[in-house]
Ligand binder design. Structure first.
Ligand code: ARG
Length: 410
């Protein structure tokens, strides 16, 4: 008899790894409680995950539809922050991990569990995010990573599963490692590991080949209130529905395919492919809306903080004092970000084609070159005199010796 170690709450997908993890943790003496969440991933069946978890030996199986929570508490802050890691990746997988970690810890606290557990391997960053987030929320919780620690080969795992009567689907063996949710889809491994290889079409699921998208452009309107999208083409709907709809519309036009070499937190570079039809369209629209509604200095500082927000999220510091502080700054700015963006979707590109807002610091009477110009032209003289003062003073003190750009001949 192994000694009883207490309860462990396992993030359970229903796949081979986590099913084997249920048995394995049970053998180690844990009472395993599973947690399966729907964050908008394609292949999710909460009821059958629950049945399978219990069949694999879990003492209890929690299932949650977390799409609304994911959108409101993780996607929206990230959208408000225009967050893209290294300016390119909309943080698809990096955003769901803090939510998964939080849910594991919430259950652990309620159940009096001693540990939380996940099925990540030892090479990725999702392990870092889940563990750093979980212990940030509860420094006393133990984190178990059976798949990282047990050193089973794929075959040994299958054998172990069969021996314990865990039903495993015939291994269809996708050539890629996939993680998806409402905000997009991450595709890694296989052929993609050579950055010279163009990603094959079979890597994509949410997006059409942009070259084969519809031959006519499609115009859409996205309405924001306080930084959050509230309507698509004038129809009000919750963010979950809006993102799902936009994934379909933008996906049809092949929008949001990302192909990059990414600097991983764990120290190496990795070639990564993403599909982000809805998120990349919303991020482009939101960024543009801010240019119409935010003050120049606020915008400048916000753009700097956005980079940090994305890095902190990517690196597992979602629950950290700096992310909290930057989030507070960003939220303050978003009270002004309301209005409608017109986007044109065509052959892989979502382009902003119009902006309007009820309240805006864009002043047509100041901007116009036509009749009604309210800009004080005479004030330019004094302004230029003072604006140029430092550089004139400098040259008067240290004469410049720039050569002529071209021989000066008549
Ligand atoms: N490189 C991406 C990230 O770190 C994708 C991770 C995908 N996760 C996975 N388990 N396949 O956010």
């Amino acid at each position: 008899m192994t000694e009883k170690k207490g309860k462990a709450v396992l993030a359970y997908s229903g796949g081979l790894d986590t099913s084997v993890a249920v048995m394995w943790l049970t053998e180690q003496g844990y009472d395993v409680i599973t947690m399966t969440a729907d964050v908008g991933q394609k292949d999710v069946d909460l009821q059958s995950a629950k049945a399978k978890a219990l069949h694999s030996g879990a003492i209890k199986a929690y299932i949650f539809d977390l799409k609304k929570t994911f959108v409101e508490n993780y996607v929206y802050p990230s959208l408000k922050a225009n967050a893209m890691y290294q300016g390119t990746y909309p943080l698809v997988s990096a955003l769901s991990r803090p939510l998964i970690a939080k849910t594991l810890v919430d259950i652990a606290n309620k159940e009096g569990a001693v540990a939380v557990a996940h099925g990540c391997t030892g090479k990725g960053q999702d392990q870092v995010r889940i563990e750093v987030c979980a212990t940030a929320l509860n420094p006393n919780i133990k984190v178990l990573a059976p798949v990282r620690d047990w050193h089973f080969s794929r075959e040994a795992e299958m054998e172990y599963a069969a021996k314990h009567g865990i039903p495993v689907k015939a291994n269809v063996g996708s050539p890629y490692s996939i993680d998806d949710n409402l905000w997009g889809r991450s595709i890694e491994c296989g052929l993609l590991e050579d950055p010279w290889n163009e990603p094959p079409e079979d890597a994509y699921e949410m997006t059409a080949n942009p070259l084969e998208g519809p031959d006519a452009p499609e115009f859409i309107e996205i309405t924001f209130e306080h930084g959050v999208p509230v309507a698509l083409n004038g129809e009000r709907m919750h963010g979950v529905d809006l993102i799902l709809k936009l994934n379909a519309i933008a996906g049809k036009h092949g929008i949001g395919r990302v192909d990059m070499v990414e600097d991983r937190l764990v120290g190496f570079k990795s070639r990564e492919v993403y599909e982000c039809p809805g998120s990349s369209t919303l991020l482009a629209a939101h960024r543009a809306m801010e240019t119409l509604t935010l003050d120049k200095q606020v915008l400048k500082t916000k753009r700097e903080l956005e980079v940090r927000f994305a890095e902190l999220t990517y690196e597992g510091y979602w629950f950290s004092p700096l992310r909290d502080a930057i989030n507070a700054f960003i939220n303050d700015t978003q009270q002004y970000v309301s209005g409608t963006v017109k986007m044109r979707l065509f052959k892989g590109q979502a382009v902003v084609r119009g902006l309007k807002a009820n309240k805006t610091v864009y002043r047509h009477d100041l901007a116009t070159y036509s009749a009604g110009d309210a800009f004080d032209h005479s004030a330019a003289v004094g302004f230029i005199n003072i604006w140029g003062l430092p550089v004139r003073t400098w040259t008067a003190t240290y004469p410049r010796h720039d050569e002529a750009e071209t021989p000066i001949e008549a």
